[in-house]
Design a protein around this ligand. Sequence first.
Ligand SMILES: Cc1ncc(COP(=O)(O)O)c(C=O)c1O
Length: 417
Amino acid sequence: MSVQTESEMRTDRAVWAAVDAEGEREERQLELIASENHASREVMAAMGSVLTNKYAEGYPGKRYYGGCEHVDVVEDIARARAKELFGAAAANVQPHSGTQANMAACIALLAPGDRILAMSLDHGGHLSHGHPKNFSGIFYAIESYGVEKGSERIDMDRVREKALATRPKVILAGASAYSRTLDFPAFAAIAREVGAKLLVDMAHIAGLVAARQHPTPVGHADVVTMTTHKTLRGPRGGLVLSDEETMKKINSALFPGVQGGPLMHVVAAKAIALREASSPAFVAYQKRVIENARTLAAHLEQRGLRVVSGGTDNHLMLVDVTATGLTGKAAEDALSRVDLTCNKNLIPYDQKPPMQASGIRLGTPAVTTRGLAPEHMARLAGWIADVLAKPADESVLRRVRDEVAEVARAFPIYPRG
Ligand SMILES: Cc1ncc(COP(=O)(O)O)c(C=O)c1O
C-alpha cells in the first residue's frame, strides 16, 4: 500500500503542499548536482510501504524481535542481489547512509586513534573521510593525499610516498568531486606494502561500477562502502561489501555499533534498485551518463570554461569559474535563477574559502535519467556559459529560463498516467 498514491489519505495539508512543491521543483529544474538522481516509482513505493512499521534489530534469522519472517525475506533478497551485482562474497544492506557505512567500516578495521590516509577534502574527498567535525576526524588521526598541481589528478607514486611516510592502518580511496578513474589495484598494492587495509568508498561511482563502466574495487579492497542514492539510483542509504570474515566485524560494527533497528522499507527499496541496476537498460543508462558528462565538459571548454583536469572519465566534472569573474557561490546562484541546479565546489588548490569557492560541480546522472542525450549537452553548456557571462542580464536569464523549461517539459521525470 502506497500512501502517496492515495490522495484521500492526504489530510496533512502543510506537509503535502511542500512535498508537491518539491515534486514540481524537480520537474521544472534540470538537476546537475552530481550526487542526486531520480529514483523509480517502484523504489519510492517500497519506501512508502508497511515495512516502515517493523522493528528488525539484528540480521535475517537472528533478530531480537518476533514477526520478522517477511522482512527477513526482503533483506535476504537485497543482500543476495548486492553480492551478485558487485561480485562480492558478503553484503550488509542496513546502513542508513553512506556516512554510517563508513563508520561501520572504520569501527571494524581500526581502533580509536589509528591513522587513516584519505583524499583531502579540499581536493575532492568527503566529510566522512576525515573532516575534523565528523566522526572520522574526531576519532582517528587523519593524513591526506590530493591531486597534483598541473594534472589535477591523483599521482599514485605520491600516494605511495605518503603512505610510506605516514604508515596508516587504513588507506581510504574514493571521492565526492574527482572526475578521473580511480586505480584500485594501485591503491591495493600500496596498502599491502605498508600493511594497511584498503577501504574504498565508491558512493559516487557505485552505479558506474555496477554497470561495469568503471573498474570495480571488489577483489582489491578489504571493505567497499557506497551510498545507494547517487549513480546507483536507489533509495537514500548505504551499503557495505567485503569478504565473509570481515563482514562479521562489519555486521556488529553497524549493529549494535552505530545503528539500532534497520529501515526495512528502505532495505526493500534497495533490493528493488539492485534488481533495476542489473538490467541491460541500466548499463545503457550508465554509458549515457558518461557520454553526456564528456560531451558537456567538451562543450563547456569550447565556450571558454576551464574544466578541472581537462575533462572527465565519469559522471561529474568540476568547472573553474574564475575566468568569468564570479565565485562558485555566485555561479551557483546565477544558474539557480534559470532553473539549473548545481553546487559550488572548491577546486584543487583553491584560494577562496569553501563557502565562496572558485568552482561548481556538475553531474549528469539526474538529467540522463529524465532522458537528456548528448545533443542536449551542447545546449546545456551554452546556457551555462551564457548565464555565467552575463549573470545580471535579465533578458539572457529570461531566454535561458524559457529554454530550460521547454526541455524540462519535454522530458518529464515521472510522466503522469
Ligand atoms: C564519497 C562519499 N561518501 C559518503 C557520502 C555520504 O553519504 P550520506 O550523505 O548518505 O551520509 C557521500 C555523500 O555525498 C560521498 O560523496
